[in-house]
Write a protein of this length. Structure first.
Length: 210
């Protein structure tokens, strides 16, 4: 059976969000943005950010890093480019339009891959994670931050109920950390290192075995 993923619909959602995304999330996500950038920067200088969006995380990477940002949405990338210019972010070496499931980089290109607030929204998250692992160097880190759903209980039931509504506004309410850990276990060459809970979001760090 062939699974169809509607990337065009995802692009349309983010085109609508591009003009007001920063107003909604600049302050709300600041702590998590800083945490994901710091964790990725600690893993090595060459970093890929998948789902760079309007570039809210870019300011937080270390000055000695070389960051490439990738995103499906060209309107959001334009906003990111404005930040690179206005904030003089010399550590940002490129911004590219790419599907997370088809990254145009050679194998083992990056010391770390950061994935802020996007893995729960990708139509094929396991496919995206496979691509991320491919472009990651052995010993490198995958750093994910997102709003992960509860693993069980009444909260999980509510999140499943409202999932279709949240999807319409470009968000997810039912994606669980266990989906990421199950992917890592199935691959065998990636291990889950830690899960840190914040006020609203969780940071998940994985390591590619050397």
């Amino acid at each position: 059976m062939t699974i169809q993923y509607d990337l065009k619909e995802q692009e349309r959602v983010y085109e609508r969000w591009a003009n007001f995304y920063d107003r909604m999330y600049l302050k709300m996500l600041a702590s998590s943005q800083r945490r994901v950038a710091e964790a990725a920067s600690a893993s090595g200088p060459r970093i890929l950010e998948v789902g760079v969006g309007t570039g809210l995380v870019l300011r937080y990477y270390g000055a000695d890093t070389a960051v490439v940002g990738a995103d499906l949405s060209v309107p959001m990338l334009r906003k990111a480019q404005e930040k690179v210019r206005d904030l003089k972010l010399a550590h940002v070496s490129g911004l590219v339009a790419m599907d997370a499931c088809n990254l145009g980089f050679p194998d083992a290109s990056f010391d770390a891959v950061s994935v802020p607030f996007v893995i729960t929204l990708v139509p094929n998250p396991e496919g995206a994670l496979d691509e991320i692992a491919r472009v990651l160097k052995p010993g490198g880190a995958i750093v994910i931050v997102s709003r992960f759903g509860a693993e069980g209980g009444p909260q999980a039931a509510v999140e499943r109920l409202i999932a279709p509504l949240m999807k319409r506004v470009g968000w997810s309410s039912s994606f669980k950390v266990s989906r990421v850990s199950n992917w890592a276990t199935a691959r065998g060459d990636v291990e889950l290192v830690e899960v840190k809970a914040g006020a609203y979001f969780k940071l998940v760090r994985l390591k590619k075995r050397g």
